[in-house]
Design a protein around this ligand. Structure first.
Ligand SMILES: *Cc1c(COP(=O)(O)O)cnc(C)c1O
Length: 366
């Protein structure tokens, strides 16, 4: 029997009656933009993330773009971002015309190296945009402190961190604005695109709402140049159903991660680094290994599906050729692009299958 990387269909089937009821309710309500289902999910997700406000938007990328816009960040401003991230973090900064200032990942950490942030700050810096990559929280206390010292905003890319905690507090309101994606494969995933911004700042929440709703607070009166980016009520209804199960699913992911951490110890591979006092959401379980491609092929031969997040660092993408960020500039991020491999993990993955993966890895290195 094959070991799938992530079985989204199984996740749906586990909640099928509840999800179908929720979807039908929206369809029968006659109300298809904003409205009760969206308001309910926003309230629930604000509470879940221990933040005061949640604004549903069209996608994770939109959450990032609208957050930058809510802070009036634009051309001439600099934003510090991880060199090692999914490209959406970078695209958001490009989208508002601001300047991307990448900071490399750590030698033992896929997340951005906090020690290198201070040197990247200039008089033009407006914000730091940390990513809780793979669901492992960055040291957010250190980042918010640094931001305070330099009078910078913090926009967290939490697209992979639903349910992760630092010092017992959920990711959701450490930074000024926290951005979420409900892309189907995320820990909390919709049946399509969706996103949200959480914050403790009412004025910023209202700004994000307005920008995502044609720049309008009152219908047909447009004060700023907004866009159309709203969380769909169908998706909100699905997310409300799934949110009730998120902790249980994340707990299962944590058990898998612990099994991998224990079982893979001693093998010549880099394991995920867990920041002190944090509990990761374990969106992905990523190892780094020099013989990555051979290992992936070896596992595939044994019907074990793995993925690569991500094979090309943003600064080496064709889309960012114009920045002239040459090979070698962010060496750890480039090394991760060559070496990372995401092992199967998910709420429906059995421990028997986790053990199969561990055994196959042991065999490969034997
Ligand atoms: C998924 C993701 C995004 C983008 O979310 P979408 O909903 O796909 O637009 C942004 N940043 C990170 C780190 C992500 O993993």
């Amino acid at each position: 029997m094959a070991v799938p990387f992530l079985d989204l269909k199984a996740s749906f089937e586990a909640l099928q009656p509840e999800i179908e009821t929720a979807l039908l309710e929206v369809a029968r309500s006659g109300w298809y933009i904003k409205g009760q289902a969206v308001e309910q999910f926003e309230a629930e997700f604000a509470q879940y993330t221990q933040s005061k406000h949640c604004v549903g938007v069209g996608s994770g990328l939109d959450a990032l773009v609208l957050s930058l816009r809510a802070l009036d960040i634009s051309a001439g401003d600099e934003v510090i971002v991880p060199a090692n991230t999914f490209i959406a973090t970078w695209l958001a900064v490009s989208n508002v015309g601001a300047t991307i200032v990448p900071v490399d990942a750590g030698v033992d950490d896929y997340n951005l190296d906090i020690a290198q942030i201070a040197a990247a700050i200039t008089p033009k810096t407006k914000a730091i945009m940390p990513v809780h990559l793979y669901g492992c929280p960055v040291n957010i206390e250190a980042i918010t402190q640094l931001a305070k010292q330099h009078n910078l905003f913090v926009i967290e890319d939490a697209a992979q961190a639903h349910g992760a905690t630092v010092d017992g507090q959920r990711i959701g309101s450490h930074g000024d604005l926290v951005c979420w994606s409900f892309y189907p494969g995320k820990n909390l995933g919709a049946l399509g695109d969706g996103g949200a911004v959480t914050t403790n700042n009412l004025a910023l929440a209202e700004k994000v709402t307005q920008l995502g709703n044609y720049g309008s607070k009152q219908k047909y009166y447009n004060e700023v140049l907004g866009v159309n980016s709203r969380l769909d009520p169908m998706q909100a209804a699905v997310l409300s159903v799934k949110l009730k199960h998120l902790d249980q699913w994340n707990h299962h992911r944590q058990m898998i991660a612990q099994r991998y951490l224990d079982g893979l110890q001693g093998l010549p591979i880099q394991l995920p680094k867990i920041t002190k006092h944090s509990v990761p959401a374990w969106h992905l379980f990523v190892i780094a290994v020099a013989e990555r491609d051979q290992l992936q092929a070896y596992l595939a031969d044994r019907d074990i599906q793995t993925l690569i997040h991500y094979p090309v660092a943003p600064h080496r993408q064709k889309a960012y050729q114009h920045l002239n960020l040459n090979a070698g500039l962010f060496s750890e991020s480039e090394r991760y692009a060559d070496q990372v491999l995401s092992l199967p993990i998910g709420p429906q993955l059995s421990m028997t299958n986790v053990d199969k993966v561990i055994e196959a890895l042991e065999e490969f290195f034997r």
